[in-house]
Design a protein around this ligand. Structure first.
Ligand code: UD1
Ligand code: MG
Length: 441
């Protein structure tokens, strides 16, 4: 059944103790709100987000992913604070606020601080025959969640922790923060909310009790706690990320990725694996990565790059837009926007903004000097080039095929195919200089 989705993201997130708005905190490289929006767009094309605190910054993050698709509304927090106030539009000057307008009569209302939610987890709400329903779960650590009172298999009330008696606090049924309402219900009951609670805010959760008193049925929909964990603090953020990592690692292993010490491996949603990938301990894969036949050795970091039939690391840093094919990139090598095909770069190099062709060997300590203080420049290195250790290649530069560059050279000038190039001051030897310097006999 068609449903509009409304995501509440106007809160300050005080408990995060951070200048960054709560919903922009990231898990697995992506803002919490963006994770929730992905799930929402899986269900409906009519998606609304309610903002207030830092709304411009948050709107920018939304538009970076879902430009022109998301309908953004501002909450009048001064007059209508709280999660109930978030659904109130207009009002003031003696006029009652009205519920947010949506394309469909049925509204799925979600908190924005539940980054583990997915389309699949929300499906039971979209498919529910009920007019009004509430997501309910049980969890060992109940702290922070509203308690759901049930009577005759229906929800009778939600009591916030701060307002709950010891008996209510002991209940194992918790409010997941996902609600199915219809517009008529909101029209009738939203204006009836009050601020008579511990936080002096309009609680969305009070709607349920108000409705039930007037004979409205609220069906509990029992959900898996792991899909709806709320994030209110840095430690809950870390716990949610840990859960998402478990899921991403499990999916990768199911798809045939071999992981050593999987609990130490970090990866993000955008990472795609082909056949025959091995990830050693402490590997960090971020952004839009494509790996196929890749052996990533311990403690290497790969960001938005493609690795095909190559070994990387240990302790290598592959920065965005690198494409590494049939190559070996060893320890302490950093690449950025580097295209390597059939290359060996075994140790201690910086390879930025460059193309390096097959059969080329990059010696230890080689640097492509891509930045001149004003702009970035490209280095092209042809086939079967041998670059001696500790050489600097000052871009823009093109090195033809079959060139031998002596160790310690600073290359700034063009050369011909087949050249041996050496840029070094001649060696000076002063007889007995050692003994004179240290005043030894
Ligand atoms: C809320 C529920 C609680 C539930 C829990 C699930 C209420 C009163 N309590 O508590 O029953 O168990 O979520 O995680 O709803 N927001 C606004 N405008 C505001 C205040 C908040 O849009 O004026 C947004 C926040 O940005 C956030 C969401 O609403 O995304 C929930 O707010 P939060 O303060 O996290 O509520 P909880 O205390 O977690
Ligand atoms: Mg919360």
């Amino acid at each position: 059944m068609a449903v509009s989705v409304v995501i509440l993201a106007a809160g300050k997130g005080t408990r995060m103790r951070s200048k960054l708005p709560k919903v922009l905190h990231k898990i697995c490289g992506q803002e919490m709100l963006v994770h929730v929006l992905e799930a929402a767009f899986g269900l409906s094309e009519d998606v609304h987000v309610i903002l207030h605190h830092e709304h411009e910054l948050i709107a920018k993050a939304i538009n970076a992913h879902f430009k022109d698709k998301t309908q953004i509304h501002l909450q009048n927090v001064e007059q209508y604070p709280g999660t109930g106030g978030a659904l109130m539009q207009g009002g003031g000057g003696g006029v009652a606020p009205t519920p947010i307008k949506t394309a469909y009569n049925r509204l799925l209302v979600l908190n924005a601080d539940m980054p583990l939610v997915s389309k699949e987890a929300l499906m039971p709400f979209a498919e529910s025959e009920e007019s009004n329903a509430l997501g309910v779960f049980s969890l060992e650590h109940k702290s922070g969640y509203g308690r759901v009172c049930l009577a005759d298999k229906q929800v009778s009330a939600i009591v916030e922790e701060k307002d709950a008696s010891p008996e209510i606090l002991a209940l194992d049924t918790l409010n997941a923060g996902v609600y199915l309402f219809n517009q008529e219900f909101l029209q009738e009951f939203l204006p009836k909310l009050d601020k008579n609670n511990a936080q002096a805010e309009y609680y969305l959760t009070q709607l349920v009790g108000l409705g039930v008193q007037k004979g409205v049925r609220f069906a509990p929909i029992f959900v898996n706690a792991h899909d709806f964990l709320g994030v209110n603090s840095q430690s809950e953020l870390a716990a949610a990320e840990s859960k998402m990592l478990d899921k991403l690692r499990e999916q990768a292993m199911q798809a045939g990725v071999c992981m050593h010490m999987p609990h130490t491996i970090y990866l993000e949603k955008g990472v795609r694996f082909g056949a025959d990938c091995v990830l050693e301990q402490g590997v960090h894969l971020a952004g839009d990565c494509r790996l196929q036949g890749a052996h990533i050795r311990a403690h290497s970091v790969i960001e938005s790059s493609h690795i095909t039939n190559s070994s990387i690391g240990p302790l290598a840093h592959i920065r965005p837009n690198s494409k590494i094919i049939d190559s070996h990139v060893g320890n302490f090598v950093e690449t950025k926007n580097a295209h390597l095909s059939g290359v060996k770069a075994g140790h201690l190099s910086y390879l930025g903004d460059c193309t390096i062709e097959g059969g080329t060997n990059v010696g230890a300590g080689v640097i492509t000097c891509n930045y001149d203080g004003k702009g970035k420049h490209h280095t092209h290195i042809g086939q079967n080039v041998f670059i001696g250790s500790d050489s600097q290649l000052v871009a823009p530069l093109s090195i033809p095929d079959n060139v031998l560059i002596g160790a310690g050279s600073t290359i700034t000038e063009p050369m011909q195919e087949g050249d041996l190039v050496l840029v070094r001051p001649p060696q000076v030897s002063i007889p007995k200089g050692y003994f004179k310097f240290f005043q030894k006999p």
